[in-house]
Design a protein around this ligand. Structure first.
Ligand code: GLV
Ligand code: MN
Ligand code: MN
Length: 412
């Protein structure tokens, strides 16, 4: 089998998807179930049809493009990622795994390879948490981690439920049927940019992911007392933003003092009400994103944050309400998929290192229902979730070649 990639098609595909965006280039914004997301999905589905793949969509919009194997009753080998993009993102996060997966299948087809197990490309719905406040909605539902009931009640910033929004976007059907039957996949493998600097620093073209860190997030509401910026004297204030400022630093401190470099915490949302120059902030809404490779250490950091908010609440006489959005376990990748990836790297004389994924991915949830691993390629300076995210065509082609070999190995 001689697998020849069309590296040019990969590059033009990435460019074409980047042009379907709600942000001015080079930034990419593609929020789930917006007209832009739907346009990108249509574009992708046409590419899958051109490759002769059989398309199916579930009630939440997860899209499956299947190359049937010679024994179609056997569990399939899955690959794929997401094409939704956070506001002001780059063009590679997720997209490399989807278009790389499609190109890997296309290259295997033209090499004359015939899989015994079907190979299936998956486009997951809403890997990014932007719209509904929680990431990996599609893969959480496929794996039974998020129930149909809980999912349909999620609300976006305009107060619309996920159920209403998905139906408006044309995805009907029973959300209860999204969960995959047991042993649907023989294996799942996701190609992704690293989103960190290690591969580049170690001058290594590939990373085989052996575990995925445990993510958690909180929604915090602080309520104090508003009032006139001139009239209310300082000792009499209950400024919600000043309380939030203390809490933000407490979150940073909880990560910094966990005893390991692997604890990371981020406050990415800070909404201030009424948000006016001459009015004391009465309400603040924060998001807390906290992750660790060690779930106990992450939970200990979360307890420290809870304790800090208790202290701030009492000291400043404000109310602080904390809602846990998610606290997921980490994933260990499956040795058989890790070995298939490693063997494929060796076959092409490509150096690789074992890696931990500090970002979360749909693979975190696919690992709950299928033997799963990931392949990382470098991205310049480790930049991701920003417009200057960049992965070279050579690195993308290398990753896609190893993905193709791995899919061939696993589907025999
Ligand atoms: C994925 O986008 C993540 O935030 O890890
Ligand atoms: Mn992302
Ligand atoms: Mn991603």
């Amino acid at each position: 089998m001689n697998v020849e990639l069309d590296a040019r098609a990969l590059t033009t595909g990435i460019e074409a998807l980047a042009a379907i965006s709600d942000a001015e280039a080079p930034a990419v914004t593609r929020i789930v179930f917006t007209a832009t997301d739907l346009k990108a999905r249509l574009w992708l589905k046409s590419r899958c049809e051109e490759a002769g793949l059989l398309l199916r969509q579930d009630a939440i919009g997860n899209t499956f493009a299947r190359w049937p194997g010679s024994d179609p009753e056997l569990p399939a080998v899955g690959t794929g990622s997401h094409i939704d993009a956070i506001p002001n993102a780059g063009r590679y996060d997720g997209v490399v795994g989807v278009l790389g997966g499609l190109e890997a299948i296309r290259a295997l087809q033209s090499s004359g390879f015939h899989p015994r197990h079907s190979i299936e490309l998956l486009l997951f719905t809403s890997e990014e948490p932007t719209r509904f406040g929680i990431g990996c909605i599609g893969s959480r539902m496929l794996s039974g981690t998020l129930s149909a009931d809980a999912a349909s009640q999620l609300r976006d910033n305009d107060g619309e439920s996920l159920d209403q929004v998905r139906k408006k976007a044309g995805f009907h059907g029973n959300l209860g049927a999204v969960e995959l039957p047991p042993a649907y996949y023989k294996a799942f493998v996701e190609l992704h940019i690293e989103q960190g600097p290690l591969l580049e620093r170690q001058r290594t073209p590939l990373g085989v992911v052996t575990s995925i860190a445990a993510p958690a997030s909180l929604r915090v509401s602080l309520e104090g007392a508003g009032g006139h910026a001139g009239g209310v004297l300082m000792p009499e204030r209950h400024d919600a933003l000043c309380a939030a400022a203390e809490l933000i630093l407490a979150v940073e401190n909880a990560a910094l003092t966990s005893g390991a470099i692997d604890t990371v915490a981020t406050i990415g949302i800070c909404d201030v009400f009424p948000g006016v120059l001459n009015s004391i902030p009465s309400r603040v809404r924060l998001s807390v994103d906290i992750r660790d490779t060690d779930v106990k250490r992450r939970d200990a950091a979360m307890e420290k944050i809870e304790h800090a908010s208790e202290v701030i609440r009492t000291k400043r006489e404000v109310s602080i309400q904390t809602e846990l959005v998610n606290a997921d376990a980490p994933a260990n990748c499956a040795s058989k998929v890790v070995e298939a990836l490693s063997a494929s790297c060796r076959k092409h004389n490509l150096q690789f290192i074992p890696m931990v994924s500090r970002a979360y991915h749909d693979s975190l949830f696919m690992s709950r229902i299928a033997p799963t691993a990931m392949l990382f390629i470098p991205c310049r300076n480790g930049y991701s979730h920003r417009p200057d995210e960049y992965a070279s065509p050579e690195d993308i082609a290398r990753g896609t070649l190893v993905l193709a070999e791995t899919l061939a190995l696993l589907s025999q």
